[in-house]
Design a protein around this ligand. Structure first.
Ligand code: PGA
Length: 266
């Protein structure tokens, strides 16, 4: 954790809830919570695309995030030259920017299992930066082995997704370390703050080698995977991170409120 840096608490709603009315209710409860907090933390809610337009916040410390973006830029040049496919169904960075979205989750493990590669994630990061959106880049191994292969896996992921990312952009990028084995209801077990801290150090070392130490420090790092109101404080205190990426508990306003309050108490 870098001292005096604002804590970043991100809620990833995934494919929930099923009704707009419910999305509005959850969002308005979260809004009430954030309104009462200090300026020491920033909360970001990442709802499904279809709700973004209905969930607007005028509170500076409550921002909207998207759960994904298409890797090709928006732009008339595509339409006029027809040099590329017109990309039915895709959502562009420009569309998100124009809706007031500030952050975008890219490379979530639940997208990677559907075929998203490091190259695609790299292109998404570059597209986000081009449109002044802050990418929250997810990395994480599916298993931990005793021979340390998972470290090599993380290194390969980071080197792959940072291809073409200039040093000057590092302050506008967030990395979320999300060990796949610790995500969701089917998680094997919870990760420990020590495991998070070790990985934070490792990720900063990889970035230092790719860029330099001072630039590596600019990147904000989050922990994600079964974060809840009981373990949030421990991860923030001992996990070495600048914030948290919260899945399930971000859909439960009372529990998410606890997490926000804990983050604000640091
Ligand atoms: P979880 O999800 O908190 O429900 O484990 C986290 C995530 O996948 O972003």
């Amino acid at each position: 954790m870098i001292k005096n840096r604002k804590k970043l608490i991100v809620g990833n709603w995934k494919m929930n809830p099923a009704f707009l009315k419910e999305a509005k209710e959850i969002f308005s409860k979260i809004k009430n919570t954030v309104r009462k907090q200090s300026k020491k933390i920033e909360t970001v809610i990442c709802p499904p695309f279809v709700y973004l337009v209905n969930l607007q916040s005028t509170i500076k410390n409550l921002q909207l995030g998207a759960q994904d973006v298409f890797y090709e830029s928006a732009g008339r040049e595509d339409l006029s030259t027809y040099s590329k496919l017109p990309y039915t169904s895709q959502i562009s960075a420009l569309m998100l920017k124009n809706l007031g979205v500030k952050y975008v989750i890219v490379g979530h493990s639940e997208r990677r299992v559907l075929g998203e590669s490091n190259e695609m994630v790299a292109q998404k990061i570059r597209t986000c930066l081009k449109y002044f959106l802050i990418p929250i880049v997810c990395v994480g191994e599916s298993n931990r082995d005793t021979s340390g292969n998972y470290l090599f896996f993380i290194k390969t992921q980071i080197e792959g997704v940072f291809k073409g990312v200039p040093k000057s952009a590092l302050g506008k990028i967030v990395i979320a370390y999300e060990p796949i084995w610790a995500i969701g209801q089917k998680a094997k077990r919870e990760a420990t703050p020590t495991e998070s801290q070790e990985m934070v150090m490792f990720i900063r070392k990889i970035l230092s080698d790719l860029y330099d130490q001072a630039s590596a420090r600019q990147v904000r790092l989050l922990y994600g995977g079964s974060v809840n109101s009981k373990n949030a404080g421990d991860f923030l205190k001992n996990g070495g991170v600048d914030g948290l990426l919260v899945g399930r508990e971000s859909l439960e306003p009372e529990k998410f409120e606890q997490i926000i309050k804990i983050a604000d108490s640091f």
